[in-house]
Ligand binder design. Structure first.
Ligand code: NAD
Length: 489
């Protein structure tokens, strides 16, 4: 019934607008299917443009009233901390939900998709509490207060490959900064992000400050173009990002973009291949290869190519493909049939361009209960040239391309010969040498020998991988405007 609380984690027949559960005006619905089995998972309402209007109006009213923006940062922080605690208490259920919605292996949901959003909420709560919003600046004759204020109403638009973590990466800093948010979830994975609404509402977030409306692309574009939206925070493909940036340009709306990648793993000639392979594969096959930061171009020294290709081929053949709910599974299905067909299309393209399929390249043989799943076998393409489409375009599946090089200079040149610049890695027995190579890469984030980024460091890309940064203080400033107030002489 309208206005009542949720039925279950998997049945979300209403939209979350203005602090209430409301029926979609066109009563459109999407069914979520488990990508591994095709089994029914649950369903969610899909928003129409009229619902988007309602959500933006609720966000606008809450922002303009000052009910949240004028709440002292330490009280906002307390709400975010409480919400983080509530999510943590539901961690096992949430991990199961994400895995059944997205098909990503349960171990990854447990270790990344659930703890990361909780960590983002806590991190931005503390950052907002301790942040220095006002600075008095004087030139000797005049004094101004330079102050940081919330940017206003934020449209957060997210893809399916991080159903809870990507929304949290926008919602946490935006709310910490005092903004109001309309979050548009994709129809593939509409369910998990509603847990942010559940937890934040229970934690005391005022009505209208967070609104969640799963919707299709057209309604997403309507939201981007809404005159009452001050800022668009987008994660998704570079194709959509280009369109969104152009739309925002029309009214000079603030925009940050986290887009695609085709990241290079440069394996230097002194790297220990026995250490590289097990450390690199999880970085390449994260979320079944459907990760923007996946290391998908393996740049290998020509002198050691055969040895390295063999080592990767053996390890890839050993990757356990199967039900993502099984803790032993390393590679689950693609999120949808469309994505499965897209990845298979790229493997065919690679073959026709002259790449050699060393392992994979077809659908894996799996037990009958997984026959309806959208699986692609993990695939290694060798003899790839960087000009091929499989080296230049984002495949977004478990497909790696091996490209050989002669010198460190050539490796850097190949790594940088991309329209993308999101992530990358350098593998070497000598950290100093690896660092020198890393500094020459034109990309937003580089790992030396597989080390993870420190929490609180910026996430984002060069070139067509995006504009702006998320995470860290950089990700907080993205939700603030700078204002100068002349106060005297
Ligand atoms: P997509 O760009 O098609 O869709 C992403 C989201 O944007 C969805 O909610 C979609 O409905 C919406 N959307 C699409 N076109 C829109 C438009 N014109 N206006 C408003 N909203 C629009 O991407 P996808 O297929 O859902 O996700 C995969 C892509 O996301 C990959 O390219 C991947 O690299 C990228 N991605 C990037 C990051 C990052 O942080 N850089 C993280 C995850 C995914």
């Amino acid at each position: 019934m309208e206005g009542e609380s949720i039925v279950s984690l998997t049945e979300r027949p209403e939209l979350f607008i203005g602090g209430r559960w409301v029926r979609s005006r066109e009563t459109r619905r999407v069914e979520v299917r488990n990508p591994a089995t095709g089994a029914y998972v649950g369903s969610a309402a899909l928003a129409s443009t009229a619902d988007i209007d309602d959500a933006v109006a609720a966000a606008r009213a809450s922002f303009d009233s000052g009910v949240w923006a004028d709440t002292p940062p330490e009280r906002r922080a307390a709400v975010l901390h409480r919400a983080a605690d509530l999510l943590e208490a539901r961690a096992p259920e949430l991990a199961g939900l994400i895995t059944s919605e997205l098909g990503c292996p349960i171990w990854f949901s447990e270790r990344a998709h659930v703890p990361n959003p909780i960590r983002h909420l806590r991190y931005y709560a503390d950052l907002a509490k301790d942040f220095s919003y006002d600075e008095h600046r004087s030139d000797g004759a005049n004094t101004s207060i330079v102050t940081q204020v919330p940017v206003g109403v934020v449209a957060a638009i997210t893809p399916w490959n991080g159903p809870l973590s990507t929304p949290a990466l926008k919602v946490a800093p935006a709310l910490a900064a005092g903004c109001s948010v309309v979050l548009k979830q994709p129809p593939e994975t509409p369910l998990s992000a509603y847990n942010l609404a559940d937890a934040l509402t229970e934690a005391g977030l005022p009505d209208g400050v967070l609104n969640i409306v799963p919707a299709d692309r057209a309604e997403g574009a309507y939201l981007v173009n809404h005159p009452q939206v001050d800022k668009v925070a987008f994660t998704g493909s570079s194709a959509a990002g280009r369109k969104i940036m152009a739309d925002c340009a029309e009214r000079i709306a603030r925009v940050t973009l986290e887009l695609g990648g085709k990241s290079a793993a440069i394996i230097l000639d002194d790297a220990d291949v026995d250490k590289v392979v097990p450390a690199l594969l999880p970085m390449a096959f994260m979320v079944n290869g459907q990760a923007c930061i996946a290391q998908t171009r393996l740049l290998v020294p020509r002198s050691r190519k055969d040895e390295i290709v063999d080592a990767f081929a053996r390890a890839i053949s050993d990757q356990r493909v199967g039900d993502p709910a099984d803790p032993a599974t390393m590679i689950g299905p693609m999120v949808s049939r469309r994505q499965q067909e897209r990845v298979e299309g790229y493997i065919a393209t690679g073959r026709s361009e002259g790449a050699r399929v060393v392992v994979g390249g077809e659908r894996p043989r799996l037990p009958s209960e997984l026959a309806g799943g959208w699986f692609v076998a993990p695939t290694l393409l060798s003899d790839v040239h960087n000009s091929m489409r499989v080296a230049q375009e984002e495949i977004f599946g478990p497909v790696l391309a091996v490209i050989d090089y002669g010198s460190d200079e050539e490796a850097v040149a190949i790594a940088n010969d991309s329209v993308y610049g999101l992530s990358g890695s350098v593998w070497s027995g000598d950290d100093g040498r690896a660092l020198a190579v890393a500094r020459r890469m034109r990309t937003g984030m580089v790992s030396l020998n597989g080390r993870p980024q420190a929490f609180g460091t910026p996430f984002g890309g060069f070139k067509q991988s995006g504009v702006g940064r998320e995470m860290g203080p950089e990700g907080f400033r993205a939700y603030l405007e700078t204002m100068s107030i002349a106060v005297g002489s």
